[in-house]
Each structure stands twice: as structure tokens, then as C-alpha cells.
Design a protein. Sequence first.
Lengths: 80, 316, 480
Amino acid sequence: MTQLEIKQKLTDIFRNVFDNNAIEISDATTAADIEGWDSLTHVNLIVAVEKGFHVSFTTKEVMALQTAGDLMRLIASRAT
Amino acid sequence: MIRLVRRLLLFCLPLLLVWAALEYRARQVPNSYSIKRRQVESLANDIDTLIIGSSSGYYGIVPKRLSGVAYNLADAGETLYYNDALAAKVVPMLPKLKRVVVQIQYISLYMSVEDGPEPWRMYYYQQEWAIPPVRLKDRLDARVFSRVALNGPAGIGKSLAGLIHSQPYVPDPIDDRGWWGPANEEIDPAAIGPAGAKATLDRHHQYMIPALEARNIAYLEHTASLLRDRRIELVFVTLPVWRTYSDGMNKDSWARTQTVVDELCKKYNARYLSYLTSPNFGAEDFKDADHLNPQGAVKFTELLDAALAHPGTNRP
Amino acid sequence: MSFLSPEFAVFLALGALAFHFARGVCRRLVLLLLSYAFYLTWNPRAALLLLGITVAVYFVAGALEKLSSARKKLVLLLLSVAVLLLLLIFFKCAGLLARHYLTGGAGNALTDIIAPIGLSYYLFKLMGYLLDVYWEKIPVQRNFLSLALYPSFFPQIMSGPIQRAGDFFGQLAQLDNQLPDNIVIGLRRILFGLFKKVVVADHISGMVDAVHANPDGFSPLELLFGAYCFAFQIYADFSGVTDIAIGIGLLFGIKGPENFNLPFWARNIQEFWRRWHMSLTSWLTDYLFMPLRFSLRRFGEAGLCAAIFVTMIAVGVWHGPRMTYAVFGALNGLYMAVSALTLKKRNTWFQKRPLLAHVRMVAGPLLTFHLMVFALVIFRADTLHSACQYVTHLIPGLQSAGISTLRFDRGLLHTRQIALLLAALGFAAMEWVNWAGRQNTWTARFYSVPCFVRWAAYYILIILIACSAQETRTFIYAQF
């Protein structure tokens, strides 16, 4: 998958999980930028990403994530 | 940075001025220590008998009923460390001093102010008599020099209000020879009874520390040897307590204290007059289980005066 | 040395002076010496423990970085975190175990063990550091001086806030670029914190102590009043001590994390815990909740609830091994699970009813506040039994015989009208300042006002603090 495809698919997942079709994500997007994205819903997002991209993450990888960009890079490293 | 320091100092200036004013006012308020120091200094040339001890002696010995010119330097909560330190300071001030009466009680050998119920007294001794606290860590306290700190934060509000309009001062009932004896004291009979005595004994037992014995004996020795060197007569005295109190005393501790005092008497040629369970005193002479009331104090002092007059009397 | 003693003020002044005249390594050295000197005034032997644990963590972190095998890393991490956790549990529970379960010599030796001061705070800091190194969120701290400063940093050791390692080391690196402004900001914060503690919290504490000591003897109105007051007291006390800690840290160029963000205005329970004791809850969220929730993700909503319960009970028992704290945690777990599971549905429901949505803006915070007041009654109670007594006697009709429902006896409550008034006004002022401090318009106005007006405000605060100070009461959160 290309970078653009990952970003597109991830944006869809974000919009789905947080019930907001206006969400746009960038490399630097963090939880502070998106309404409803907190510790309680974060794992819902990760689960949706795992399902959507057919990948599986370790706890260590997930704990190291700080931004949407980190997530995209993580997905890219898995999807190859 | 320098500018900041200057501004901080400028900010603190009014606070320091207010604090200085509070300190000044606080020091104007007399307390038993300042009163006694002034009295001793003014009577220095005439005193021939000095009484040292704790609240038992403070309330229980009436100097005006003793022959000659006596002064009662005892104060509430005083321990042997302070007895000794005060003796060292005051005795040299009194050219006519012939006799020192040291009051010993049940708790004497086992108490210290810093480990007792009223440790703040250390700082009054420091401020009024320049007697430092025993422990180093107690000497590193703001109360060593600040009367405002010693009065505590609760006093600041009152003091600030007092800066604006003066509060009436109610003097302590200390007579001009250092005896504390209010004219009409209200006595609570329950204080003399078994419950009151038990409360007092429990409090005393709570603060008695056996490990302090050696130190306290050393203080007694020091006082005794100071007096012997100056050829001043030393008389140990134990004031009466009511039977509800004496019944609850630990017999071993008291026996030990008496042995210590008897040995000191032998070594320093001193006398010990113990009236602990003297039959001359009834319930009407006490204000609580271990302190005489003014009436009892007068009675006691007259007995003491008679005993002092007969050099041979020991352990009446 | 308590934060509230004159000796501490002298210690602080001299320390700040020494710090500002030093440069480079010397600054960190001065800070370390100050921190250990401060700790030594409380407990010399515990200082050795702190030093020992710091040395051990230093080597473990180094090993975590050097080890190549992922499995070995995990084992080392789990082992070291387990040891730190066991230490915490041991010290917290030793006294309890001794009193209730052990008799004889072993029991007597244990009863005397009191948890060293600041243990909960510094062990959490170090555990977080190790986890951050393991998860490669921050590099290993190679400088022992800097690492030693992290758990022992004296403004934060008594009652937090729990600062993260990355944040702390980042600020430590900037120690030489200190703005003089930090000192003024720091002093202002200390003053404000003292005001909250002494003028607001301490005036309420007598009454709260009275109702909790004897819930049987009070009317429902008095108990209700006591419950509200405890919520205000613990908020004022703890946010006050946090302000003092942050203010002192600022004097030395280190800004600690905030602990409070207008918590009583939270719209729901999740938001409340994002605004209350933030440094602890965010720590537990990042290091307990997230890994746990992630491992349980296959169990969907059940996994979420389990993770929430475990985390909230941890919040409770972090305060101590008491049933009241555990129940407090479990109750909050219940609140949060229910709220988290139903939030989406509630949002959709209210979206369709705009008028009710307006009511929700007021009802939400009110309800959340009351849920917390109730939970805090249990938190404050001496035993679970007295908590139950308190709660039952709150209900009109169930109070002790002879007490009318609406009785309000100030004498029994150990409070004077003026003290209550002062506390109430103080609380209102404090919340207003908390709010205005976050508004740019108000902060701009504050700075544009002539200097002597600000100084007058400071002098008034100082006088109020001096007049309100009673016998120094310890901070509630210094015992945790």
C-alpha cells in the first residue's frame, strides 16, 4: 500500500470511530486535535485499524505512538 | 536579575516593618519568665533564700511567709536542666544568698522540656534567660529569636488587631516575690478526686522517660557542687500531694528518686525535707491532686520555715 | 521540614540564592544537595533507601538499553517494576499487616514501619521512567546527577505532582537559561497555594472532622453540608499544595505538571478524572490503563470495563491499603464504566433535543459534582462502617432519634460564622482566579494594572494568610 492509500484508509477509520465525517488527519495530528479521542476511545481506534488493515500490533508498538504520523508509519511497516 | 532582587527586597520591606512592629509589641507583653527575671534583678541585693523548682513550688511556696528575704524562681513545667541553668545564672547575682531550696517531685528525674507536653517553654528560657535548648535541632528554630513565632500564628491576628487598637492586658497573679497565687481561685473538686488524679498521673507517666535519669542526676550534681563551692546551703524539698495522686505513683521510681536525693545530701552535706504524704494537709489545701492551693501553700510555707530554722531537721 | 514552616522559607531563600549564583553542573548539584538535605530533615534512613533505589534504577535503565534480546528486556523490565511495586506495597501495608494479622516479635517490628515520606510519588516516577525507556519513548538518562534529581526533587517529593521523566529531563537541560520572571511567577503561585490551603481548606477542616468523627450525631442537613465541604476542602488543600510545589519548582526553573483544571466544571465522570489529580490519573492511564486495555482488546466492552475498574481501584488504593479507598476506587470505576459505555448514545439522544442539550450543559456538571461528593464521603470516612453510617444518616428520616432533619448547629460543627464566610469567599475567589488565569484577556489585564495594585493584592493575601494560620496542619496529600 502506498502512503496516500494508508492515509486515506486511516482517515475513513478515524471518521468512523469518532462519528465525524469532517475529520482530516495529518502527520502531526494528536489526540488533542480530535474531539472524542481520549484514552478510553484510543484502543477502539487501534482495534479498528487492526481490523481495517488486517494487522496486529504489540503493546510496545502501540505505547510508543505519539501522533497520527507515527501510526501511519507503523501501519506501513506492517502492511509490507 | 539584580533588578528582580531589588524589587523583591522592596516588596519585603513593608512586611519586615510590620513584623518588627509585631515583635516589639509581642515583647511588651509580660510572661512569667520576664516578670521573674525583672523581679530577681531588682531584689538581687537582698535575696537570702532562693526557691527553684516546677509548678509544685511555684504555686506551693510563699516567699513572704519565709524568714528573711526569699524569692520564688520556680515556674510551671520547669525541669532539672533549667533548674540547674537558672541556678548557674542567678546565684552569682545574689551577694547575700545563704540558702537555695530545690523542689523535687515524682516526675523530676524523668522529665525534659523538649520531650514533654510543653516544649515551647524552651524558647521562653532562650529569649528571657539566654538558656539554649538542649538539642541542636531545637536551636535551629525561628522561635529562638522571634517572639511572634513563639506566640504562634494564632497570635498574629490578635497582634495585628492590637496594632490598631490596644487590647486590655490581664496581669498574671504573681506576687512581687515570684509566687503564683490568685486571690479567689475557683477550685474544681473533681480535680482532686480519683478521676482527676488518674488523668494527671496518666499524663505524667506518658512523658516520663527512664533514659533521662542519668542526665537529670548530673544536673542536680552540678547545682549541688556549685552551691557547695559558694558555701550556700542546699535544701531539697518535696511538696505534699493528695493521697489520690500518691496512691497511683510508681513506688520503684519514687524510691529511686529518694535514694538519689539522699545520696546527694550525704555527698554535698545538704538536707532533704519531704512532705509528700504529710498528714498536716487535707483535701481543702489542694487545688488538684498534686498542687497546693493558696491556703495550703501558706500552711506549707510556715511548716517549711520552721523546719529550715532547725538545721538538724531532715526528712520530717 | 514542613512547607509551611518559617525554617523552610529560610531554607528556600538560601537555596534559591545558591542556585542562581551557580552555573552548569553546579546548579544541578545545588538542587540535588537541597533535595537530599530537605529529605534528611524528615528521615535520614529513608534517604539512604531513596539513594539506593535511584542507583539500582540507573543500572537497570542502562541494561534495558543495551540488552539485544527482546525477551530478556521484557523480563528485566517486569522484574524491576515488580520489585518497585512490591516495595511500595510492603511499606504501605506493613503497619496494617502487623496490626491485624501478625503477632509477636515480627508483628511488633513491622508496626513501627511507616512508609518513608514521598514513597508513592517517587516510586511512581521511577516506574514510569523505566517503562518509558522500555517503550523507547525517552532515551536513557546517562547522567547520574540528573537521574538522581528526578525522584528526589524536593518541591515534588512530598505531595507530587508526578512529573514525567522526559518532561523533567528536558527542563533540566534548560536550567541555565533561566528567566527572572520564573521567580516572580513561582512566588505568586506559592502565595496563591498558601491562600488556598490556609484561608480556604483549613477553615473547613474542623467541621469536616467533626461530622466524620461522629456521623450519628448530626442531622441530614449538617451531613450534607459536611459532604460538600469535604469536596471543597480536599480540592483547596490539594490544589493549594500543588500550587506551592509548582511555585517552588519554578524558583529553580522547573515547571511541574498541573494537577487540576477546574474539575468541578467537568461535564461527565471521564472528564472529571481528566481534570482532577491529573498527574496521577494520567500516569495510571498511560502506564496501567492503556497497556491493560490494549491486552484486553479482544474482549470488547467487557475488556474496557475490566480495564476501567482495575485502573480506578488503583487510583483508590494508591492512597493507602484501606477499604474506604478501595470502595472509592470501585465506585468511580462503576461511574466511569457506565458513563463510557453510554456516552455515545447519550450524545446522540441529546443532539436530537437541542433544548434539553442546553439543560445538559448545567445538569451535567451538577450531576458529576454530586456523584463525586458522594464518592468523597466514602474516601474521607475513617472506616467503611462509618461511611455507611454517614450515608444512611444523610437520608431524611434515617438520622438518629432526636435530631431534626434541617438542624444546623454551628457549635456542634466546630465552626464560626466568620470562618465559614471567609472560606466561602476564599473559595469563590480561588475558583475565579483558576478560571481567569486561563483566559488571555484577564491575564493581560492583570499584567497591565499598575504594579502597586498587584502588590496591594499580594499584601492582602499575606495578611489573610497570617491571620488565618492556625497550628500548622499537615497537607492531606503528604500522607500518601
